[in-house]
Design a binder for this molecule. Structure first.
Ligand code: VGL
Ligand code: ZN
Length: 216
């Protein structure tokens, strides 16, 4: 791991993933210590170290396919096969227009240039900010974020938010695959399951993502 230092702010974007009440301790799908990242992420947005800020918002229709409640006889955190790949079944969370799905009110979202809502297709989950999980036809539909960032001349992406082991991880991997220099702000993420931390680090390293500690 290396200390965070943000270079070339003009060609950099901060990606703030799913900072929403349902991912806070006590929420519908809590991360471990997710509330601890809210104040430092808020300060980061106020300081505006990057030219661009993109936020994602997990935004499921009621009865979403990723919910255990949509699969009779299944329980939350069970893994099933969905559209040919493993899918974790989640407690109902981030249902459109509910309080738990709002962007967390501890973060000054006025600094966000783009707020990207994801996982809105009733039949497809979407962890990554860049592309959805597998659809019934075997494709992974784009969210359009790669084109948005490229058109703005973004080269470096700084990823923070929730959850470390799902949406932040998948967004960082896909960002690297899309050709951006990706920096994972480890201390500004929290996991659903901390026992995933070692495998998250291995996956990020294999993807060519730089893991940084501290706050840029
Ligand atoms: C997330 C599981 C389901 C996340 C979203 O934001 O990491 N995880 N939906
Ligand atoms: Zn979700």
């Amino acid at each position: 791991m290396v200390e965070a230092k943000l270079r070339d702010a003009e060609h950099a974007a901060l990606l703030v993933v799913d900072v929403q009440p349902d991912f806070m301790p006590g929420g519908a799908l809590p991360t471990q210590g997710g509330d601890e990242v809210v104040p430092p992420i808020a300060r980061l947005l106020e300081r505006a170290p990057s030219r661009y800020v993109v936020a994602t918002q997990d935004w499921h229709p009621p009865g979403h396919i990723s919910f255990a409640s949509s699969h009779p006889g299944c329980s939350p955190f069970e893994v099933i096969e969905l559209h040919g790949v493993d899918q974790v079944l989640w407690p109902d969370h981030c249902v459109q227009e509910t309080r738990g799905a709002a962007l967390h009110d501890g973060v000054p979202w006025r600094h966000a240039d783009l707020i990207l809502r994801k996982a809105t297709d009733p039949l497809v989950d979407s962890y990554s900010a860049f592309r959805e999980n597998f659809a019934p036809d075997g494709r992974r539909p784009s969210t359009g974020l790669t084109g948005y960032l490229r058109e703005l001349g973004v080269e470096q992406l700084y990823v923070c938010g929730l959850a470390r082991d799902y949406c932040a991880l998948w967004s960082a991997e896909d960002g690297a695959q899309a050709g951006f220099g990706v920096h994972f702000l480890w201390d500004l993420t929290r996991p659903v399951d901390a026992s995933n931390d070692a495998s998250v680090q291995r996956t990020l390293q294999a993807a060519g993502v730089e893991i940084v500690t501290g706050v840029p």
